[in-house]
Design a protein around this ligand. Structure first.
Ligand code: KG4
Ligand code: ZN
Length: 355
């Protein structure tokens, strides 16, 4: 009989979700628990870092206990502990890191500090047999990135946002239109009865070379249109929402097309290359359809991890650690608010670049 697969406890706390998961090296997800703070942040129309950190601290022990209960295991069955070590809201990252280190120290287990973006980048391999290399479009409230994923630890960032993430553009625009938080699902719902061609909005960077994104101008343009059309009470919110959704879909499609061309040059022997789309914004049907069209045209197959694995979760953190079982981190690891996956990537023009 061979060795039983390693069992990893994963912890995620870098934004507004406190999550714990138990994953085996044979890809069995034994538990994937999430305590969302959305209801707490909804009244502020966005995540408040200090409130988030306090809330993580309050629930983390219980979420870890819940994950073990769900997995029908005890701490004695765990072979390693992983936690998001950054990038993210540092108060939250510190809470998860301290919890993981405490368990690792008390139990004499290996500890893994996982890059949150690496968790997203490797998550498709947990559910779909996606082989390296693949192209990843990560579109969430915190990130909008195009990455070539060659192997664990080997990433080439093709593009990132120069300002807001795509989901952030939805969230901020929804707030402006009085649609509540999180904005993406609210905008998609209202957009269903609107005309996406009715209100002219910009497509930042569309048609230019490269794979970077920019969304903050779009939000400003939407705010201006809203005022011109008489404000929240008079403006056709459904048309505005549909036009915004269309503009985001166009930008994402354009930049992803450029990335697919570059990927085929970088990895010419891929017969049917894979485009993985991950993050909350991928849940938008209109955007997903637009991306499917450009991927088909470029000859790429699309893989979308199930929502539970491609929005923020702890199973992806446990899995990223399992991809490098033999290389744990020292307990002296310090949480990193910034932690680029590809430190060599040239920064896009402009300031405030997201990692
Ligand atoms: O991946 P995710 O759950 O969390 C992180 O941000 O990491 O993504 C949440 C983001 C929010 O900005 C939310 O507005 C957006 O994804 N989102 C959507 C939709 N569902 C969620 N955006 C557009 N259309 C949707 N249906
Ligand atoms: Zn994330």
């Amino acid at each position: 009989m061979g060795q039983p697969p390693m069992i990893m406890l994963g912890i995620e706390s870098s934004c507004d979700e406190t999550a714990a998961a138990v994953v085996a090296a044979d890809k069995t997800i034994l538990a994937n628990e999430i305590a969302s703070q959305i209801h707490i942040h909804a009244e502020h129309g966005g995540v408040v870092p200090e409130v988030a950190a306090r809330q993580h601290l309050e629930v983390i022990d219980q979420v870890v206990r819940d994950a073990l209960t769900k997995a029908a295991l005890t701490m004695a069955d765990i072979d390693g502990v992983a936690a998001t070590g950054g990038p993210g809201l540092i108060g939250g990252v510190a809470v998860g890191t301290v919890a993981a280190k405490a368990i690792a120290a008390a139990r004499g287990l290996p500890y893994y500090a996982v890059n949150h973006l690496e968790g997203h980048a490797l998550s498709p391999r947990l559910c779909d047999d996606v082989a390296f290399p693949y192209l990843l479009l990560l579109v969430s409230g915190g990130h909008t990135q195009l990455l070539a994923v060659a192997a664990p630890g080997e990433y080439c960032r093709y593009g990132t946002t120069m300002d807001d993430a795509a989901g952030e553009a939805f969230d901020k625009s929804a707030k402006i239109m009085g649609l509540g938080y999180p904005g993406g699902p609210a905008i998609e719902k209202v957009a269903a009865s609107g005309d996406g061609t009715s209100i002219a909005l910009p497509r930042p960077l569309k048609g230019t070379a490269g794979c970077h994104f920019s969304f903050s101008g779009l939000k400003t343009a939407l705010a201006n249109k809203l005022q011109q059309l008489g404000g929240v009470d008079k403006a056709p919110i459904n048309d505005l929402a549909a036009s915004l959704q269309q503009a985001v879909a166009d930008c994402l499609s354009d930049r992803t097309s450029n990335a697919m061309t570059r990927f085929q040059t970088d990895f010419p022997d891929q017969k049917v290359p894979t485009l993985v789309i991950a993050g909350g914004v991928a849940a938008n049907h209109h955007i997903f359809a637009a991306l499917t069209t450009v991927a088909d045209k470029a000859g790429f197959r699309i893989s979308v991890p199930p929502a539970k694995l491609c929005t923020d979760n702890a199973a992806m953190i446990a899995w990223a650690a399992l991809e490098r079982q033999q290389r744990p981190d020292p307990l002296s690891f310090a949480p990193r608010p910034r932690w680029p996956l590809d430190p060599d990537a040239p920064p896009p023009p402009g300031r405030g670049v997201r990692q």
